[in-house]
Design a protein around this ligand. Structure first.
Ligand SMILES: [Zn+2]
Ligand SMILES: [Zn+2]
Length: 798
């Protein structure tokens, strides 16, 4: 073995070999009758960039899967790709300059783009040692097979009466010309003006502060806070909107902020998300105010003007007519197209025909389901429950986009009746495919229309447990593997991926989809804030892997407590690398002596042997419990401490005299047998965490004697593999050796230099133990003569 451990060559070699047919059996879901263990892993959005967050969950799932395989499970570790998102459409539209109007061409270009992105990300996953069952369980939400399942499940939900269509406001980016998911929007601070506008009320007037005077035409009510004493007398009255003249009622609502402007607000359809809530809550009329290009509509002579122009023009007219009381410069938060895009255009709310899933009805059932799941960590359950409590409207599942799974329904334009396709015709694209019937079953109208709407991406990804367990495709596999054992994911998508999956799978199968949920936190930038390119605090996994190796990065990330957010730190990665070198060097040392497998049975163990065996037994107990409970930080720390400090620092030092000087063949064999056993057990416990170095060591030292294809097809160590021994005597010897060593250091005597004479004073009982191990103590510390005296504990060197 080489002196220096070089992760780069060794890791890449194993990553390739693990993907070869020779090793496939190790990682394959075999469906061979063994108990199964199924992990529902996150399908990442195919952005092309595999960041530290992705790598973190890949490491978690890979470690869990390798561990469970060693525990005798038939593990199903799938990996999917969440392909169909707006960012891809924008890239294809602007970078590749493909127009959206030709839907077929545009879609095929999106697929081409996505395939490139997937191969980039997959390469990154492989570099961290991630080894899912790509061969059988790689799925892509843009594939026709996947579409088919998404559409099939929507039809099942339609048959249960859970799908309907109605007009509803959507988040709209007028620059990108598309609807956005709420998750793609965010607040940015912007300079703006607050206009104080007079509204007529009886013979008097009231004053309302607004940043959006261009929406006056769409004002449908006015609201005050019920606790605002100033306006008690105007409640229930009607005010007249300036310029446009409509009369609107004054209502009260707790959500009105009495400190903003004058404490009176106008409700328009729609200025912001609060307006949507109020419109729903009070069943207010809807006046469409803005069109898809961001132009004002239904607004007299202002119709057709861009939002900004209309605002200027209306303010000017308000001033002329004496309705404008004052204007104020303000900094305010504006909802904009912020996520996965640098667009930053303020969001408008457009009323569109939308498809819905009746999700509000399932709030109580979902809360019951949350109680049935084992949560790791426990406190994450409350996050889901709080979210369920907050749900105010049904799930809008349609998006006005191109690259997505087509909504699989036609509808009657006259009566609104929904017409699903025949299941055998799936997948369908109702924007071009013919409906299965020519007239409406409800009203006989021939006016049947398809839709160009596509599904919200969460509709795609909320059936991953059904996809991987072969729901409706292979009953035998499905009944064996559903519900899946764990869903692993980040805490940022509890409200979306977790909630939607639970909802859809419960509705579709009658059973919740997971037994346990394992939730990870975020890896933040070293400065403790979220990694972002604009802040310059992004650390790419590639940097860590090329400097220190995947196994080093794996140790460092597994040292984080599951569920919490952590700033990225290099120290544990560096420590991880040093640990690998320590492991390598120790194995290199041991390998000089291991020429055969020497069984430990019937060997005469000395006190130090018993001590290291008892330490290892203790380590197996702690690590096994930690691995079972997903407390990887405890497992990694315990393994590192045991191996470095107990085995390398103490045991190997103490065993050297026996290896080099022993005239006693039997004792030499015992020492070698103990070393073999310790390293063999250790690398198996360490294999799920650092799969590369342990595989290399296995092949160099152990494969000839043990015969498994890979270390990852061996079993996880148990206490039964080691004799029950009393390590107490040995511990005393280890302690006295450590004390004398410290004394040598204090006296500036090199550790390898001889010492003529040592006096050890201690209790009689301890002296007995020391005397029994006198030869060893002398050899390890290069002492010529030791005198043992009863008395207060002390050590003298000469
Ligand atoms: Zn945009
Ligand atoms: Zn009809």
């Amino acid at each position: 073995m080489e002196k220096l451990y070089s992760p780069k060559d060794i890791e890449e070699k194993w990553q390739k070999l693990w993907l070869s047919p020779e090793y496939y059996d190790v990682f394959k879901f075999k469906n061979d009758g063994k108990p199964t263990f199924v992990i529902d892993t996150p399908p990442p959005f195919t952005s092309g960039e595999l960041h530290m967050g992705h790598v973190y969950w890949c490491i978690l799932n890979d470690t869990i899967a390798r561990y469970k395989r060693m525990k005798g499970f038939d593990v199903l570790l799938p990996q999917g790709w969440d392909c169909q998102g707006l960012p891809t459409e924008l890239k294809v539209q602007y970078k590749w300059k493909i127009p959206k109007e030709n839907r077929e061409l545009f879609r095929s270009k999106c697929i081409e783009w996505t395939n490139i992105m997937i191969s980039k990300m997959k390469e990154g996953m492989i570099k961290i040692g991630y080894r899912p069952d790509w061969e059988q369980f790689e799925y892509r939400t843009m594939d026709k097979e996947y579409w088919k399942m998404v559409q099939y499940t929507l039809i099942l939900m339609y048959e249960m009466g859970l799908i309907y269509k109605k007009e509803f406001p959507v988040h709209w980016c007028s620059r990108c010309g598309t609807a956005l998911a709420q998750a793609e929007t965010g607040y940015i601070q912007k300079k703006g003006k607050l206009y104080y506008i007079k509204f007529k009320l009886d013979q008097e007037s009231i004053i309302i502060g607004t940043t959006r005077p261009e929406l006056l035409n769409a004002c449908v009510a006015i609201a005050i806070n019920p606790n605002d004493e100033r306006y008690k007398n105007i409640l229930g009255k009607e005010a007249e909107v300036p310029i446009f003249g409509q009369k609107v009622r004054i209502i009260q609502d707790e959500a009105v902020d009495p400190k903003f402007g004058t404490g009176i607000v106008m409700i328009c359809t729609y200025g912001d998300e609060q307006d949507i809530k109020w419109q729903q809550k009070y069943n207010l009329p809807i006046i469409k105010a803005v069109d898809e290009d961001g132009r004002i509509i239904n607004a007299k002579e202002y119709t057709g003007l861009k939002i900004e122009e209309a605002r200027e023009k209306i303010v000017e007219d308000l001033r002329k007519l004496g309705f404008l009381v004052k204007e104020e410069e303000i900094l305010h938060n504006v909802l904009a197209h912020t996520e996965r895009s640098d667009c930053m255009t303020p969001i408008e709310f457009l009323v569109k025909d939308q498809w819905f899933v009746k999700s509000k009805d399932f709030k109580e059932i979902m809360k019951e389901e949350a109680e049935k799941i084992q949560w790791i960590p426990k406190y994450m359950k409350q996050r889901l429950i709080d979210w369920i409590d907050n749900i105010e409207w049904d799930w809008v599942i349609s998006r006005q986009r191109v690259f997505g799974t087509p909504i699989p329904f036609w509808y009657c334009k006259d009566c609104g009746f929904i017409i699903p396709p025949k299941k055998e015709d799936l997948p369908v694209d109702t924007s071009k495919d013919k409906p299965p019937i020519s007239s409406c079953p409800n009203c006989n109208s021939k006016n049947i229309s398809g839709t160009s709407d596509v599904c919200d991406c969460w509709i795609d990804s909320s059936i991953t447990p059904l996809i991987i367990t072969k729901f409706l495709k292979n009953n035998e596999v499905f009944y064996k593997t559903y519900p899946v054992d764990i869903r692993q994911q980040g805490h940022d998508i509890i409200r979306t991926w977790l909630y939607y999956t639970m909802l859809r799978c419960k509705i579709l199968t009658g059973k919740g989809p997971f037994k346990s949920v394992v939730i990870n936190g975020h890896i933040l930038g070293p400065d403790g804030s979220r990694m972002s390119k604009s802040k310059g605090n992004v650390i790419m996994p590639e940097e860590g892997i090329s400097k220190y190796g995947a196994d080093a990065l794996r140790q460092a990330l597994l040292l984080l407590t599951l569920g919490s957010d952590f700033p990225f730190r290099w120290e544990p990665v560096k420590y991880g690398k040093s640990f690998l070198q320590k492991l390598w060097s120790s194995v290199r040392f041991a390998s000089q002596f291991i020429n055969n497998k020497i069984e430990l049975d019937n060997k005469k163990l000395n006190d130090i042997d018993k001590w290291i065996i008892s330490r290892l037994r203790n380590t197996i107990s702690i690590v096994s419990e930690a691995m079972e409970n997903y407390q990887f930080h405890i497992a990694v720390d315990t393994l590192q401490q045991f191996y470095w400090h107990d085995f390398c620092d103490q045991y190997i030092e103490a065993v050297k005299p026996r290896l080099y000087n022993s005239n006693n063949k039997e004792d030499l064999d015992t020492a070698i047998a103990v070393m073999y056993k310790i390293i063999w057990i250790f690398i198996r416990m360490f294999a799920p965490i650092c799969p590369h170095i342990t595989e290399e060591i296995y092949h160099r030292i152990f494969k000839n004697f043990e015969g498994f294809t890979s270390i990852h097809s061996t079993t996880f160590p148990t206490l039964e593999e080691l004799p029950e021994v009393d390590g107490n005597e040995g511990e005393k010897v280890i302690k006295i050796i450590a004390k004398i060593r410290t004394k040598k250091v204090d006296k500036k005597i090199p550790l390898s230099a001889p010492v003529k004479y040592v006096i050890i004073r201690d209790k009689n009982e301890l002296l007995k133990t020391y005397k029994k191990n006198e030869w060893l103590i002398k050899e390890v510390l290069h002492i010529e003569k030791i005198e043992f005296l009863e008395g207060e504990p002390s050590i003298e060197l000469e």
